[in-house]
Design a protein around this ligand. Structure first.
Ligand code: ATP
Ligand code: MG
Length: 569
């Protein structure tokens, strides 16, 4: 490819609407063009990267025994009504009507369609197991599209769905997919960690997320991990071993006391001269339009996903102050659980509350708390608390650390969540109708491209792992009008191309500095510069990753490139 012909426009400045470095670099280096919020054109350079990631995914998925298909992107409401998600899926599902007034939607995911397709084709246990996948555009009307391709509205996903007759067989495939994912990301040159996670609205019991660990805000997930063993989990799922603690407020009788100007746990603790872990904190929510109070030890925070799972709720938000009056007949900051009508308000106690004695509790009256309170008999406890860094690994007991992660893929054990409501069944050996046991497995293809940049870049631009770089090598004649330079550069270009190396020759008449800047920005893994030293028969060979430059003969340079590329494939 001649640089003069390549459809790319690099920019001098970063776009001013970008926060994430991958977003900034993708725009500035000419990989993507924004059309609307969260909607981008993938320019030829990006298209090449996406094709490489997709090919790696295809090869590994095919090798695992999965088969590729392509399902419709525009889907009728009926199939979503069958699963019950037409109502449940929030505003991320972009709905529209066709000319006949039929309700339709743009596919955010394909559980419904695949379940209905397999339901029509597979009748017997003899046709199972089965794993089907596609690589395709999805649309989700994300509430906050941001960070460029990391959270777009339109994005590319690989989604796979597997079908089984037994839970054991699902678990076997789940493990196969786990290994396949590790190979896929390794082959993309991208380091990932598989972390335990919550399966959220998609349902099912067991799931893992493949995270690229980063230290910036673009890692939208908090990941707890142990340095001693292999435990790692998304904060929405993480558990910790807490020292078995009895916390005693030390009050010798229960009474109501004045606690003026104590809106926060810290203020209240200071005022009453107790530790925060002797205060029973009430956090009020509205979950699926019903009032809920979460009771948790004062030094801990509620993990809302865990709470939603206990409640089996799809949506949750903090209760507004006026709702605290209306639903709880209480005062924000002074909420108890004791005076609410338990048939209308659900009260959920965290495990940490179990060991509390003679504690402090809101009195449902402004500026008043109960001290010396104790729990009633028969309370059920749940894990609804957020793990904190420094708490102990549930597997080996050593301290847990926290970092952030970009989720590039995930694997789920779905069970019969879709097959059952959709009536998608097979007949087993005994001739009985059974719903398929399912798994699903996603990879964000466009997000993976962006995540690779988050991980691999420097002040000058992108530093692609060679496995997914748009081209392997950029050949730069310093002065294209110099006959020798130009001739040698073209010779190298042609020899490399013949060898199957993906090369660009920068045939533009720009200054060398401009060409070098673009080469670094775009992120070619190797640059070969043909300049004045060609008089001595030497060219300059530079690797982007470490910036190391060596003077070599053109043939040596060609050999090095071939070695480098072959090693990576
Ligand atoms: P997230 O928690 O990041 O919203 P998700 O749980 O909604 O992800 P899935 O529905 O399981 O993700 O989709 C599979 C994969 O698709 C994810 O692992 C992620 O890599 C990618 N993905 C999901 N949403 C987006 C998005 N808005 N933009 C780009 N990639 C996405
Ligand atoms: Mg999502």
């Amino acid at each position: 490819m001649k640089m003069s012909k390549l459809f790319v426009q690099t920019l001098r400045e970063f776009p001013n609407d970008a926060e994430a470095i991958s977003h900034k670099l993708l725009v500035r280096a000419g990989y993507i063009k924004k059309l609307a919020n969260g909607i981008y054109t993938y320019m030829p350079l990006a298209q090449r990267v996406l094709a490489k990631i997709s090919n790696i995914i295809r090869e590994e998925m095919n090798a695992s025994g999965a088969q590729e298909l392509t399902m419709p992107f525009v889907q009728p409401a009926e199939v979503w009504q069958k699963s019950g998600r037409w109502q449940k899926y929030g505003k991320e599902l972009l709905r529209c009507k066709d000319r006949h007034d039929n309700e339709m939607c743009l596919a955010p995911t394909h559980e419904e369609v695949i379940t209905s397709v397999v339901g029509e084709v597979v009748n017997s246990y003899k046709q199972l197991p089965l794993n089907l996948y596609q690589i395709q555009t999805k649309f989700r009307d994300e509430i906050r599209p941001r960070f460029g391709l990391l959270r777009g509205r339109e994005f590319i996903m690989k989604d796979a769905y597997s079908f089984h007759t037994t839970q054991e067989d699902l678990e076997r495939e789940y493990e196969v997919m786990g290994k396949t994912y590790t190979s896929i990301f390794n082959r993309c040159g991208l380091e990932t960690t598989a972390v335990q996670s919550d399966s959220g609205a998609i349902g099912g019991a067991v799931s893992h997320e493949y995270m690229v660990l980063v230290d910036t805000m673009v890692g939208e997930n908090d990941v707890f991990y142990c340095k001693n063993c292999s435990y790692s989990a998304n904060s929405n799922h993480a558990i910790s071993k807490l020292p078995i603690e009895t916390t005693d407020g030390g009050f010798d009788k229960e009474e109501i006391v004045d606690t003026p100007n104590t809106k926060t746990i810290e203020e209240l603790a200071a005022f009453l001269k107790v530790n925060a872990n002797c205060i029973l904190k009430a956090v009020a929510y509205i979950a699926d339009s019903r009032p809920v109070i979460a009771m948790i030890r004062g030094d801990k925070e509620v993990e809302e996903t865990k709470l939603m799972n206990v409640l089996n709720a799809l949506e949750i938000r903090p209760m507004e102050n006026n709702e605290v009056k209306e639903f709880l007949n209480s005062e924000a900051g002074f909420i108890s659980y004791r005076n609410v009508d338990k048939s209308k308000v659900r009260v959920v106690f965290d495990n940490t509350v179990k060991g509390m004695k003679n504690f402090v509790l809101g009195a449902d009256i402004k500026d008043k708390h109960i001290v010396g309170a104790n729990l009633e008999e028969g309370i059920e406890f749940y894990d609804i608390s957020l793990v904190k860094e420094g708490e102990f690994c549930p597997e080996c007991g050593k301290p847990l650390y926290i970092t952030r992660g970009i989720e590039v893929g995930n694997i789920f054990q779905l069970g019969t969540k879709y097959s059952e409501p959709m009536g998608a069944c097979y007949t087993d050996e005994k001739g009985q109708l059974k719903p398929y046991i399912m798994g699903c497995y996603g990879i964000g293809v466009s997000r993976t491209m962006a995540a690779a940049i988050e991980k691999y870049h420097d002040d000058f631009g992108i530093v692609w792992p060679i496995e997914i770089a748009p081209y392997h090598v950029d050949i730069v004649p310093v002065n294209i009008d110099d006959e020798t330079q130009s001739k040698v550069a073209y010779e190298i270009y042609e020899k490399l191309t013949k060898e199957g190396i993906e090369a660009v020759i920068d045939d533009r008449s720009d200054r060398a500095g401009v060409k070098f800047k673009d080469a670094d920005l775009i992120g070619f893994p190797i640059r070969i510069t043909v300049g004045k030293t060609i008089q001595e028969g030497l060219v300059e060979y530079k690797t982007r990753k470490d910036g190391v430059m060596t003077k070599l003969t053109p043939d040596e340079a060609i050999e090095n490139v071939i070695k480098y590329v072959k090693k990576s494939s």
